[in-house]
Design a protein around this ligand. Structure first.
Ligand code: CMP
Length: 138
């Protein structure tokens, strides 16, 4: 059974014109893009999306970053797409993410209080269902 995951090209990825590159990697891996939207987040959406991070020291910098520009949201489908996209994305910290991954090839630490790491991918089937409903209402 195909699985769906929510992918976000975060504001740094959109601002750096990496959206096409990132979507190309997803398609070349063999996944299908079944939903796509250019969206500007708002604080309520982010509080729901990042519920597990509310209260952590990097939460406010993370929200400020995610509000800093438009985001491309995509629903990506395929067998084991959740795990597969996280593998394409690479480790959270772009400094140590392996070359060959999106974060490893294009990201680095900019010395800010938050990891500007280009992309988000759902971490479980439950998160994916919740996040897809948030970013693609109705
Ligand atoms: P992501 O894993 O997509 O979702 C949570 C985000 O919070 C993460 O990407 C980073 O952008 C950010 N983040 C997670 N951990 C830290 C940390 N220790 N310091 C700064 N930012 C973080």
């Amino acid at each position: 059974t195909p699985e769906r995951t929510l992918v976000l090209v975060k504001p740094d990825g959109v601002a750096r014109n990496l959206t096409g590159e990132i979507l190309t990697r997803i398609e070349r891996k063999g996944y299908r893009i079944v939903g796509l939207a250019l969206r500007t987040a708002d604080p309520d959406l982010l509080a729901a999306h990042y519920a597990e991070h509310v209260g952590k020291p990097f939460y406010q910098p993370l929200v400020d970053f995610m509000l800093s520009g438009p985001i491309v949201a995509a629903v990506v489908e395929g067998h084991r797409a959740i795990e597969g996209f996280r593998s394409l994305a690479g480790a959270t910290d772009p400094t140590v993410a392996l070359p060959g991954t999106i974060r490893g090839d294009y990201g680095r630490d900019w010395g800010l209080k938050v990891q500007q790491n280009l992309v988000h991918g759902s971490d479980s089937a439950d998160s994916a269902a919740r996040e897809i409903a948030l970013w693609f209402p109705a």
